[in-house]
Design a protein around this ligand. Structure first.
Ligand code: AP5
Ligand code: MG
Length: 212
């Protein structure tokens, strides 16, 4: 299996796609999910990360790289990593190049307007972390997770001012990462404004063409 990076702005659908790709056997790492778990457990790392995340700022590179090294170390020599939300700065991308090979980068292309619409309507289960969307993927019972019955809440960074700032940070810090992988010839652009099923089938086709 190949090592894959999912790139795209906040709300592009990286997490939604990653959860489906796990069924293909990929080992998923969402740096955002790891940080939210640290926050929920009240660890020193979580307390530090929260001060950045609640403002929509990036957590320092060295903190993120420790998380990635520890994940790669746990997986020993296995292949098939799926990075979601990492790398998102040029220095993270160059650091990753020194520790693992990136075979395919899926770039989820989407407008700012659609991102704002999706993130304003996103709800997550505070118990199991399942994602919903009040417009496109509502839960069966209002406010309740279909899987575990947990409460659905809004992420603390899904408020309008923070969403707008996260998008600006993405333009400033992560577009250079898109260009970096494009130059390497490993970037595949996918129109992420369509349904989750269409996005998934395009990505699977791209991975199969690219990964015979
Ligand atoms: P992170 O958790 O990575 O958040 P993000 O990149 O801002 O992206 P999101 O998780 O908000 O969106 P997504 O693309 O996963 O979309 P989703 O599938 O949920 O990072 C959070 C913070 O952590 C950062 O701001 C930073 O502070 C820190 N951090 C993390 N990694 C870092 C790093 N490497 N370096 C430094 N700091 C880091 O979908 C969104 C909504 O849309 C959902 O409601 C979903 O149901 C819906 N949806 C999804 N796909 C579709 C579709 N095709 N059609 C319609 N609706 C859809
Ligand atoms: Mg996500």
């Amino acid at each position: 299996m190949k090592n894959v990076v999912l790139l795209g702005p906040p709300g592009a659908g990286k997490g939604t796609l990653a959860h489906r790709l796990q069924e293909e056997g990929f080992l998923h790492l969402s740096t955002g999910d790891v940080l939210r778990d640290e926050i929920a457990r009240g660890t020193p790392l979580g307390l530090l990360a929260k001060t950045y995340m609640d403002r929509g700022e990036l957590v320092p590179d060295e903190v993120i790289l420790d998380i990635v090294r520890s994940f790669l170390g746990r997986q020993a020599a296995q292949q098939g990593f799926l990075f979601d939300g990492f790398p998102r700065t040029s220095s993270q991308a160059t650091a990753l190049a020194q520790i693992a090979q990136v075979d395919v980068v899926i770039y989820l292309d989407i407008s700012k307007e659609e991102v704002v619409r999706r993130l304003s309507a996103r709800r997550v289960c505070e118990n199991c972390g399942a994602n919903y969307n009040l417009i496109t993927q509502p839960p069966k019972a209002a406010g309740q997770c279909d899987r575990c019955g947990g409460n659905l809440i809004q992420r603390s960074d899904d408020i309008p001012e923070v969403i707008a700032h996260r998008y600006d940070v993405y333009l400033r810090s992560s577009i250079p990462v898109v260009n970096y992988y494009e130059k390497q010839g490993v970037l595949v652009r996918v129109d992420a404004s369509r349904s989750p099923e269409r996005v998934y089938s395009d990505v699977i086709a791209a991975l199969r063409n690219d990964c015979p």
